[in-house]
Design a protein around this ligand. Structure first.
Ligand SMILES: [Fe+2]
Ligand SMILES: [Fe+2]
Length: 261
């Protein structure tokens, strides 16, 4: 099914949580493990603007449907970061601009040269790189949405669950758009399928893992994805990836998450 840009535009909105009384966390605070996951999610949601920087140096910037979607995506992810920042602030944790600035400042050379790497990839692969970007984006949205669902179940805090469900609705729409673009672009090009399959096979790692300390990525993935619910979610992600042209049998999520168990 094609998820059209008109659907993204019609449904675009900033996340709202003014009706939720976050002082409820004083009565029923989240435990340290849940807060550690939220700190990771906060940092990665806010990092979307930097992912956008890397995406737009490719031929993706030529396609007005993609630039419209990416504008909406970056805006909605910003408000996911803000919502999580509000939860962290309610627990006395550092969040927002100061934390984000410190994180970006410490990223180093690998982050600075990423736009050049993407530019080089664009010269070599042209439009086929966009197919890879769309498939990669779809997989990131799948794992993010699953991560929020698993965190909500583990934390068993109604206030957090309400907020996370609102975020997950938007992640689902991001997933639908990315997957629809990946499906179309992979279906029409054998080169795109080969590039995407090989790049995912050798380079993929969970979203945030290139910018967050590896201890934090390992903690989050093993905390959320190593029990029965997490393993079931992982298999669902892999089955969904299997449905994209040329990507069946990759077992990306299972291979990553089993590495930690
Ligand atoms: Fe998000
Ligand atoms: Fe998203």
């Amino acid at each position: 099914m094609r998820f059209a840009i008109q659907d993204s535009k019609r449904l675009a909105d900033r996340l709202r949580w003014d009706d939720l009384d976050l002082s409820g966390f004083e009565e029923r605070p989240l435990d340290n493990d849940a807060l550690r996951c939220l700190l990771y999610m906060h940092d990665v949601e806010f990092h979307t603007a930097c992912y956008l920087r890397d995406l737009l140096v490719s031929p993706a910037h030529v396609d007005p449907d993609l630039t419209s979607f990416l504008s909406i995506w970056a805006y909605e992810e910003l408000w996911h970061g803000e919502a999580i920042a509000a939860v962290l602030a309610a627990h006395g944790e550092s969040s927002g601009g100061g934390r984000v600035h410190a994180m970006r400042t410490n990223l180093g050379a690998a982050d600075r040269i990423r736009p050049l790497v993407m530019l080089g990839g664009s010269w070599l692969a042209g439009d086929n790189l966009v197919a890879l970007q769309m498939a990669w984006g779809a997989i990131n949205e799948m794992t993010t949405q699953a991560g929020y669902a698993l965190l909500g179940a583990k934390a068993a805090n109604p206030l957090l669950s309400t907020l996370l469900k609102r975020i997950m609705v938007q992640e689902g729409r991001h997933l639908d758009f990315y997957a629809s673009q990946a499906d179309m672009r992979l279906a029409r090009s054998a080169k795109a399928r080969r590039l995407t399959r090989n790049a995912l096979r050798w380079l993929w790692s969970p979203v945030g893992s290139k910018v967050m300390p590896s201890d934090e990525t390992d903690f989050l993935t093993s905390y959320l994805f190593s029990d029965a619910q997490g393993i079931a979610a992982t298999r669902r992600i892999d089955r969904r990836i299997d449905r994209l042209p040329g990507l069946d049998g990759l077992n990306l999520a299972s291979r990553w998450f089993e590495r930690l168990s």
